[in-house]
Design a protein around this ligand. Structure first.
Ligand code: NAP
Length: 315
């Protein structure tokens, strides 16, 4: 199966490429970049081939700055765009990146009309909406990395606090990938038992925990300049689930039409059943009143930025 990456010279793009190259379901990878980065992605591809030979992996890795190379892609991952930086208002980031996403989403629609678009660029919920509207694809085939990475971060932190194997934690974050993310602690379980029934819960500072999850990405960026491995593995989870038609329930960004709490015409992170058709079902969440209120707040906040961005794209 063929996966293409737009923005492949970037830190997330190349980490994703390397991660996907190891996945047996991927037979062809295409790294796409602007012309100015072509040399770099050619170097990345050679370096990856060297590494993969050590593991007897025989994947085809192409490099190109021609959007025609998207043809026959099963999934197109878009990581192109500028990253968040401290002090930059979300709306400025969103407008800059929306122009890139719109241009690439149209190109995907032209050259790979049957593909699934996976948006990574931030603010990812707004960018997923832009890709959905500009590609003209059905909504099941335009998804965003959304809260999957946030949910993995929460899972990790809970495993450390409760001192259990990470696989025993079942938890989700929904809403916005950003300030208004909503950890669903009321339904979080460890080994099938609700987290509130564990003795360690009494020493569990929920607010502090939520703040740490919200700032997890920024924390990594402040130390090493960007996040790479976390997003790359989270993206690989999604790509694998789709290409293998696994029907796994992951919390990713999708376009909502009244399925959850009457939220409509906005892209947000919610649990979905993922398979070869992309989003095969949106799962209604079980949340307490505070979590529902926070989800509605997230929807309003993302919708406001989305409307402003769409007004600039379609004046
Ligand atoms: P980066 O290292 O700066 O790379 C971004 C790439 O985007 C560049 O290498 C370039 O690739 C492309 N690009 C930049 N400006 C462009 C323009 N004007 N037109 C077309 N392409 C352009 O950034 P990164 O750390 O990889 O992050 C990439 C994006 O992913 C950011 O928006 C970041 O915030 C987001 N992100 C999201 C999540 C999430 O959970 N959703 C997690 C991590 C990162 P080419 O030269 O190859 O075209």
């Amino acid at each position: 199966m063929k996966v293409s990456i737009l923005g492949a010279s970037g830190r997330v793009g190349k980490a994703t490429a390397f991660c996907l190259a190891e996945e047996s379901v991927v037979s062809e990878l295409v790294l796409l970049s602007r012309e100015c980065s072509l040399d770099q992605i050619e170097g990345e591809a050679i370096d990856m081939y060297d590494a993969l030979a050590a593991k007897d992996i025989n994947v085809q890795i192409g490099t190109s700055c021609q959007l025609e190379s998207l043809v026959d892609s099963d999934i197109v991952v878009i990581t192109a765009g500028i990253p968040r930086s401290s002090g930059m208002p979300t709306i400025d980031l969103a407008i800059t990146n929306a122009k890139i996403i719109a241009q690439y989403a149209r190109a995907v629609a032209r050259h790979a009309p049957e593909s699934i678009i996976l948006v990574v660029t931030n603010p990812v919920d707004v960018m997923t909406y832009v890709a959905y509207k500009t590609s003209g694809f059905p909504r099941n085939r335009v998804i965003g990395l959304g809260n999957h990475l946030d949910s993995l971060r929460l899972k990790n932190m809970l495993a450390k606090h409760f001192k259990v194997h990470v696989s025993e934690i079942h938890t989700r974050i929904i809403g916005e990938h950003g300030e208004n993310m909503v950890p669903l602690l009321s339904s979080t379980s460890i080994g099938g038992i609700l987290v509130k029934y564990f003795p360690e819960y009494s020493s569990f500072d929920v607010d502090d925990f939520i703040e740490k999850v919200k700032n997890a990405g920024i924390h990594v960026i402040s130390k090493k300049g960007s996040t790479e491995f976390g997003p790359a593995f989270a993206i690989a989870n999604i790509v694998n689930t789709v290409l293998k038609d696994e029907k796994t329930i992951l919390t990713i960004t999708t376009y909502l039409e009244d399925e959850i709490e009457g939220v409509n015409d906005v892209c947000l992170g919610v649990p979905v059943k993922l398979g070869k058709n992309g989003v095969e079902r949106i799962i209604r969440v079980k949340a307490n009143d505070d979590e529902i209120k926070a989800f509605i707040l997230a929807a309003k906040s993302v919708k406001k930025v989305t409307d402003e961005v769409m007004a600039v794209l379609n004046p």
